[in-house]
Design a protein around this ligand. Structure first.
Ligand code: CUA
Length: 320
């Protein structure tokens, strides 16, 4: 997640602005330090009149106190302005850049790939898959409080404000995996709001998306788990193709939980709290309030361990 290791043009520009600011700051600091040392050497000049003395002082104040800061700030501004402009994407024609919608939630990421021409949206969570080698427009918003979208190696750090949409255009120069993190304090579990970003070659990206676009087939042999899921989980969590007659919507809470349609294929659980591995979901279901205290999923103390293990085992099978 190092900003010093830029992997895309936006991050590269920010990297140079960072160096320019550091360099100018160091030069200004050095000049001020030398002048300060110089004051120790300065002796009384008895031959100067008070008026001459005042004029010299005024020159220092105007030069060092006004001209130097104005010149250095203008220099930085001229250097940084194009980068700032680059952060504001100009409207591209339809289809010119892939568009991915990202919604911040306390404390997870909803990632949506809008379907064109009546195709259905692909929705996933805490994992962002994007095409490499081309600009991608990320359309950002929040479902609750202000979050910020930041992929340090690609750029960004754009606030996600509830009720508003903003767009940031980023590009990954080549395929790879990048870390991303919410960059605006958004409550107790702000730390545990990680996003796993994968840049894939165009054809791999298309395949990834197509797999999720096609209708889901639920695996057979998990009837009890599905029934329990319908009773305890389905009011907040969606699974594509889940039989509607099993959904018990008790209306006791109206929290939107992550879409779980492809949860078995995701790299982490709880927005980066646990790596996805066998048994991890069942473990998460039992201990999530210890692993990520205060997260919006209610504790499951009223559900027996065996049922939670069943649900976990079934959820692990959910892959496109
Ligand atoms: Cu979301 Cu910090």
């Amino acid at each position: 997640m190092s900003t010093m290791d830029a992997a895309g043009p936006a991050a590269q520009d920010q990297f140079w602005v960072w160096w320019a600011m550091l360099t100018v700051s160091l030069i200004v600091a050095a000049v001020v330090f030398v002048l300060w040392l110089f004051t120790f050497r300065r002796r009384e000049q008895p031959q100067r009149t008070a008026r001459e003395e005042r004029r010299i002082m005024l020159r220092w104040v105007l030069g060092g106190g006004v001209a130097l800061p104005v010149a250095s700030i203008i220099a930085l501004l001229v250097f940084a302005a194009p980068t700032g402009r680059g952060m504001l994407p100009l409207p591209l024609a339809e289809g010119e850049a892939e568009r991915i919608e990202v919604v911040g939630h306390q404390w997870w990421w909803e990632v949506r790939y809008p379907g064109a021409n009546g195709e259905r949206d692909v929705v996933t969570a805490n994992r962002l898959v994007m095409p490499a080698g081309e600009p991608v427009d990320f359309r950002l918003t929040s479902a609750d409080v202000i979050h910020a979208f930041w992929i340090p190696r690609l750029g960004g750090k754009r606030d996600m404000v509830p009720g508003r949409h903003s767009t940031v255009r980023l590009e990954a120069e080549s395929s790879g995996v990048f870390g991303a993190q919410c960059a605006e304090y958004c409550g107790a579990q702000h730390t545990h709001m990680l996003l796993h970003v994968e840049a894939l070659e165009r054809d791999e990206f298309e395949a990834w998306l197509a797999e999720r676009r096609s209708p889901h087939q639920l695996r057979d042999g998990f009837d009890e788990a599905q029934e329990a899921f319908g009773e305890h989980c389905a009011a907040c969590h969606t699974v594509d193709g889940f039989p509607e007659e099993l959904i018990v919507d008790d209306m006791s809470h109206d929290i939107e939980g992550p879409d779980l349609s492809d949860i078995g294929s995701r790299p982490t659980l709880g927005a980066g709290v646990l790596p996805m591995e066998e048994g991890a979901i069942a473990y998460w279901l039992q201990h999530h309030q210890t692993l990520k205290p205060g997260n919006r999923m209610p504790p499951h103390n009223h559900i027996d361990t065996e049922t939670l293990e069943d649900i976990g085992a079934w959820l692990e099978t959910l892959e496109p």
